[in-house]
Design a protein around this ligand. Structure first.
Ligand code: G6P
Length: 613
């Protein structure tokens, strides 16, 4: 939610800022802006729409800051509107009355109206909560004449979440920053430094990063990094992380969209997660799980907390963990969990799943659980993110950067981690038969090849997408471990094609959705082989009797009566079928959205990383 980049160094300033911003566009894209310091003055440019709109209209000044200035300093922002509609005035950066400060912000200031009344003598130019901060800094600075001290006071006055980056004309070589509950990462270079919301913005220039913690504030110059924390206001030593992501990973590599590239990366993601954790037919999480076996054996209950697609992965995890590790699992949407006074007893493990590791509701739930002193486990795709650092242990999903707003490879990465963790628990608790354990591992090993088989021939899905993309409503049905896949299939279609779709447990269809069915409604049924296949075929027949158009995912040899469109899939172990069954549904959503000329990677109103409540 909103992307920030700041740079100080000798590189081509505007190029670093705009390129960095483009890598953050997945965080929000309704307006953007840039500000540089040149000749002791702030120059700012903002525009509504995507970053390209802002870039196209950049005045010449931005390309040639004052000649003698070797050191270049600036910041930029891409916005996902919360307070104030997308407009040029509301776009960041924001400037104070005396034009001494320029600031960008990601987050929400909850007490901004109260603060605004205190800042009566200031002239506001936007409807945003952000502008309050820059005026507040100005007000405090009048007394302190010290930016760091002013930031420290801001922390005490402002309620809400924020990552802020600020430049002051009186301290021209410094980029100041502060963070609370919104992510901010420092990129460490040679005679240059960066501050950004996420790693991809800086990956072209450095692989060394410092992840700021809550309450951190400070500044970077081209050669210096100074971090303080609100708790004691003394200088902090923060670990530098080396991230081995290749900058090419954040390019489209010839694919039309990031989403398509990421769909195709899934067999590799699954393979990586398996081969790095299975040794001599045993699952080993090495340093990832720091909970000892004795404690794991004592676990009586598991909660899984997540949002969006990650929540759907959690639902699959429930079916699997309960079946094999014999531990009851409750899955919660983070925004519900955090406000519902959950009853958490000791000997509970709480798992948090998040691609970004920065989703506000998931992190708030994590803080809540930590107050209960309950063991926590993260499943996360971003090393160094807040979830990664703050959970007691974290399993890394090994997907590499996911750029498409609609999550695909992170989902399959999460699934495979949950499968491995479920089996690992089952083994430690000695509740799984040796042969069954071995057979399951063997079946899991085979999954990437089956996934490749589907991706090598997507013709049947393209034809379906063409035929049905003009429909207005879809129903997705699944049962058992494939019920969450029906939810995920519907979510993907809604997110990127804007076609209304509902996912439902097939057995529940009679209790409502059946009333919607008529000849215009495509019903996508996950009917691959498994323990509930006959049941789902009965549901399929019920839908067909109401004239629905049936699109069914089936295996070779299944009955095809009543099916209008067959999607033939390779037959795999039922427990792992979600890894395979989700692919045609991701592809159906992708091709439908592409045919409808939707903005696949940046669908309207959505953001990849939801860092506000
Ligand atoms: C947003 C994204 C989804 C994602 C969800 C949870 O809604 O658009 O793709 O599933 O957030 O994000 P997380 O990073 O916590 O998995």
């Amino acid at each position: 939610m909103c992307g920030i980049i700041g740079y100080v160094g000798e590189k081509n300033l505007i190029k670093v800022l705009i390129n960095g911003l483009k890598k953050l566009e997945y965080r929000g894209y309704d307006s953007s802006g840039v500000a540089i310091l040149s000749g002791g003055k702030i120059f700012r440019h903002r525009a509504v729409g995507k970053i390209l709109e802002m870039e196209k209209t950049l005045p010449r000044k931005f390309f040639s800051p004052v000649e003698k200035e070797k050191l270049k300093i600036g910041l930029a922002h891409t916005r996902w509107a919360t307070h104030g509609r997308p407009s040029e005035e509301n776009a960041h950066p924001h400037i104070d009355c005396g034009e001494q400060f320029v600031l960008v912000h990601n987050g929400i200031i909850e007490n901004y109206l109260e603060l605004k009344t205190k800042l009566k003598k200031h002239k506001f130019q936007s409807e945003t909560d952000t502008e309050i901060i820059v005026h507040l800094v100005e007000e405090i600075y009048e007394k302190t004449r010290n930016v760091l001290e002013s930031l420290n006071t801001v922390f005490k006055e402002v309620k809400g979440s924020y990552a802020i980056v600020l430049i002051c004309v009186n301290e021209p070589g410094k980029i100041f920053f502060a963070r609370k509950d919104s992510p901010l990462v420092l990129g460490i270079g040679n005679n240059e430094n960066f501050v950004a919301s996420d790693i991809p913005a800086m990956l072209e220039y450095t692989n060394k990063f410092i992840f700021l913690e809550n309450g951190d504030y400070g500044f970077v110059t081209d050669r210096e990094v100074k971090i303080y924390n609100l708790k004691n206001n003394i200088e902090q030593v923060r670990k530098e992380h080396k991230i081995n992501w290749d900058p090419v990973m954040v390019e489209r590599a010839g694919y039309k969209h990031f989403m398509l590239k990421e769909i195709y990366e899934q067999p590799l993601v699954v393979k990586e997660n398996i081969v790095s954790r299975i040794f001599a037919e045993e699952i080993n999480f090495k340093d990832e799980i720091k909970i000892n076996d004795k404690k794991l054996k004592q676990i009586k209950k598991i909660f899984i907390i997540a949002c969006g697609t990650s929540y759907h992965a959690g639902l699959v995890g429930k079916y699997f963990i309960e079946k094999f590790a014999k531990i009851p699992v409750e899955v919660d949407i983070a925004s519900e969990f955090r406000y519902r006074d959950p009853l958490i007893e000791k000997d509970t493990l709480v798992i948090f799943i998040s691609q970004s590791g920065e989703t506000a509701d998931t992190l708030a739930s994590l803080s809540l659980v930590k107050e209960y002193k309950i063991t926590t486990l993260g499943i996360c795709n971003v090393i160094g993110s807040t979830l990664y650092r703050e959970a007691d242990s974290t399993i890394y999903t090994k997907c590499g950067p996911e750029i498409g707003v609609a999550s695909t490879k992170a989902f399959t990465g999460q699934l495979v981690c949950l499968y491995l963790f479920g089996l690992y628990l089952a083994k430690i608790k000695s509740v799984v038969d040796k042969d069954e354990y071995k057979n399951l591992l063997t079946s899991l090993y085979k999954i990437p090849a089956f996934m490749e088989q589907i991706l090598n021939d997507t013709n049947q899905i393209k034809i379906l997408a063409k035929k049905y993309s003009q429909k207005h409503d879809f129903l997705f049905l699944g049962r058992g471990i494939n019920y969450p896949i029906a939810l995920e299939g519907a979510l993907k279609l809604k997110e990127i094609s804007y076609i209304h779709a509902e996912g439902y447990p097939a057995g529940e269809m009679k209790h409502g959705p059946i009333a919607l069915i008529d000849k215009d409604m495509p019903v996508v049924v996950i009917a691959t082989k498994g323990s509930l296949m006959e049941k789902i075929f009965s549901n399929l027949e019920e839908a067909k009797s109401r004239n629905a158009k049936i699109i069914a995912l089936i295996n070779k040899g299944s009955v095809t009566k009543n099916i209008d469109e067959k999607v033939l899939l390779p037959e795999v172990e039922e427990q792992f079928s979600p890894l395979v069954n989700v692919l045609p549904l991701q592809l159906l959503a992708y091709y439908a959205a592409d045919i409808l000329k939707r903005d696949v990677d940046q669908p309207r109103n959505l953001a990849k990383s939801v860092t506000v409540e």
